[in-house]
Design a protein around this ligand. Structure first.
Ligand code: G3I
Length: 345
């Protein structure tokens, strides 16, 4: 049984943090198109939205001649109607791209040439930036470019064709085109485990430092922050935000959730009050850290990757059959201890 109504007595999360940073959430298709409890929670507690899936290229760039904004427009209009800040996720990624974009032929046998892929992605970036300029303030221009193995740009071994076909300066090109298309937009490089894997953090740090030295128009680093109750330590998170802030970049937390598991734990854990309390303390210490980083002017946005536990991508991933409870509201839409811990003095 879902709560038919949301808990009206709760303070609005985004109002609570309005002097520090925007508080956003990812909207699934379900949340967007169903006027249920999750949508009500989204509207009450978050002043910034990002689409969990429907603004990814595979849903828009249908074929060489078709860039179809029908569904994306519904998301944009919804956000605009409720006066929410809008993030665009994502222009370029190695996943959820239309497969045809990398190939010359319909059978997807022969890889596209550099000229072909460049023309296709440039056309897409300009089309999206132009179409969304009155709505969107912040774009994930390149998502997840850093390899988990080498801590340098992903290659084919990391399931990415971008560097292979376009060469190592492809990220710079994407940012340059996005900036040309809309010089006012906030342009973000977004990745996971930057706050938790020191080597990957160094890789991203050196990469963006080089981009800044070349005057590439990058505005911010997005830390996805899919973390766990156990790690990384809050000190490391703070150090990470400070590192990028000191480089002169803004930092956005773009996809936060706090799993109760270590990434690949196979054993199901019982969701005891103690575990919920542990998670609450974890959210609390991290939001305190976010406030300190916001005060320094480094952190501007904290976006959670969903609203209710039962709809999280963490259910069944990476361990099939394993559920998780990484968010602030339970499967009935009721605020969890984690919600209270970050909204109490
Ligand atoms: O829409 C289809 C549905 O028609 C079909 O029946 C069903 C069967 O599997 O699949 C549905 O699509 C799924 C889609 O989510 C919408 O729910 C895809 O299989 C599934 O792969 C896809 O997963 C998304 C994932 O990105 C893809 O990589 C997650 O929802 C989404 O939360 C996740 O988000 C990513 C960020 O974009 C980047 N950072 C990591 C984050 C978590 O993985």
């Amino acid at each position: 049984m879902f709560f038919s109504k949301i808990q009206k007595s709760l303070v609005s999360l985004c109002d609570y943090y309005k002097d520090y940073f925007s508080v956003g959430t990812a909207l699934s298709r379900w949340t967007l198109f169903n006027k249920g409890i999750e949508q009500k929670l989204a509207l009450k507690h978050f002043n910034e939205f990002v689409a969990e899936n429907l603004t990814k290229p595979m849903f828009i760039y249908k074929d060489e001649n078709t860039i179809d904004f029908t569904e994306a427009d519904k998301y944009l209009k919804f956000c605009k109607k409720y006066n929410k800040k809008i993030r665009w996720h994502t222009l370029v990624w190695h996943a959820q791209m239309p497969k045809w974009i990398y190939y010359q032929d319909k059978e997807c046998k022969e890889l596209a040439t550099k000229e072909m892929l460049e023309a296709r992605i440039k056309k897409y970036i300009f089309a999206v930036m132009e179409h969304t300029k009155d709505y969107v303030s912040s774009y994930d221009v390149v998502n997840e470019p850093i390899s988990d193995k080498t801590y340098k740009l992903r290659t084919e071994e990391d399931h990415s064709f971008w560097q292979k076909i376009l060469g190592p300066d492809y990220v710079e090109k994407m940012f340059t085109w996005a900036h040309e298309a809309n010089p006012n937009a906030e342009l973000v490089i977004n990745d996971y485990n930057i706050e938790s894997t020191i080597g990957k953090r160094e890789g991203m740090y050196n990469f963006v430092k080089e981009m800044l030295a070349k005057n590439v128009p990058i505005s911010a680093v997005g830390l996805q922050m899919h973390i766990s109750v156990n790690d990384p330590p809050v000190e490391q998170i703070e150090e990470t935000i400070n590192m990028f802030g000191e480089l002169g970049l803004k930092v956005l937390v773009t996809e936060m959730d706090v799993s109760v598991y270590n990434f690949e734990d196979k054993e199901r854990i019982e969701y005891t009050p103690e575990l919920l309390e542990k998670q609450a303390q974890r959210y609390k210490e991290i939001f305190e850290c976010f406030k300190r980083c916001a005060k320094k002017g480094y952190l501007t946005d904290v976006v959670l990757w969903g609203i209710m536990d039962n709809c999280s991508w963490k259910n069944d991933f990476p361990v099939p059959g394993r559920t998780d409870i990484p968010l602030l509201f339970d499967g009935k839409g009721k605020a969890k201890p984690s919600f209270y811990s970050i909204t109490e003095e």
